[in-house]
Write a protein that binds this ligand. Structure first.
Ligand SMILES: Cc1cc2nc3c(=O)[nH]c(=O)nc-3n(C[C@H](O)[C@H](O)[C@H](O)COP(=O)(O)O)c2cc1C
Length: 198
């Protein structure tokens, strides 16, 4: 993918950040395809995990991932929707961090229903796992995946589409000729950017 680096133009830098995120939705080999999502647990302690980036909308400032509604992260985001999303591309030496709020849609909502309907069968299967994700089990294989089409379809009840609306974007790029760091904060009408010391 040829996304030209924007060095000293704040607006171009923000556009580049969103272009990298958007391109990674369909590029399974892009490092930005698998960001890290942060939540706080019930005691406020930080928790991080990898997810697959499923959608991005630069104009709306949103990214989406899918998860099992029985997972710890789904419960944590339901309790406190504040989240952060971390992207890192080692070849470009670019880090992008989003901070914002998550909204979880279940299968009764259009966002999740259309995502479920277009998901690959292999992706759907996991949502029918029993018992639910994170349940302690006697042995590593002591869980059951759905075996029939009806069981796989029943997994839809556990499927969640999580949309994060960013209100802050942090950019850091490392370059031998000079690192660049910037922060963009969403105002009512636009993104306000400022350079920071790297
Ligand atoms: C490459 C990779 C991609 C993953 N993608 C997702 C994903 O899209 N959604 C998800 O819920 N978990 C995904 N996981 C699993 C999570 O990282 C995590 O282990 C799991 O969801 C349980 O997290 P939780 O207990 O914090 O909710 C992925 C893991 C890896 C290694």
């Amino acid at each position: 993918m040829s996304i030209a680096p924007a060095r000293d133009d704040l607006d171009a830098l923000r556009r580049e950040a969103w272009a990298l995120i958007a391109a990674a939705v369909t590029d399974g080999l892009a490092p930005f395809h698998t960001p890290t999502i942060a939540t706080a647990d019930g005691e406020g302690a930080p928790r991080l995990r990898t997810v697959v980036l499923r959608a991005a909308d630069a104009a709306a400032g949103t990214v989406r991932f899918h998860t099992d509604l029985r997972s710890a992260k789904a419960g944590e985001l339901a309790g406190d929707p504040r989240t952060a999303v971390h992207f890192f591309d080692p070849a470009r030496k670019v880090q992008v961090q989003l901070a914002g709020r998550a909204v979880i849609a279940g299968i009764a909502e259009e966002d999740a229903r259309s995502a479920w309907e277009t998901a690959r069968p292999s992706s759907r299967t996991g949502y029918g796992v029993m018992p639910g994700p994170g349940t302690p089990i006697a042995g590593g294989g002591s869980y059951r995946l759905p075996g029939t089409a009806a069981e796989i379809a029943a997994g839809a009840a556990h499927f969640g589409a999580v949309t994060v609306t960013a209100d802050r974007l942090d950019w850091l790029s490392l370059d031998a000729t000079g690192h660049r760091r910037a922060r963009f904060v969403r105002t009512a009408t636009a993104w306000q950017g400022t350079w920071l010391v790297p």
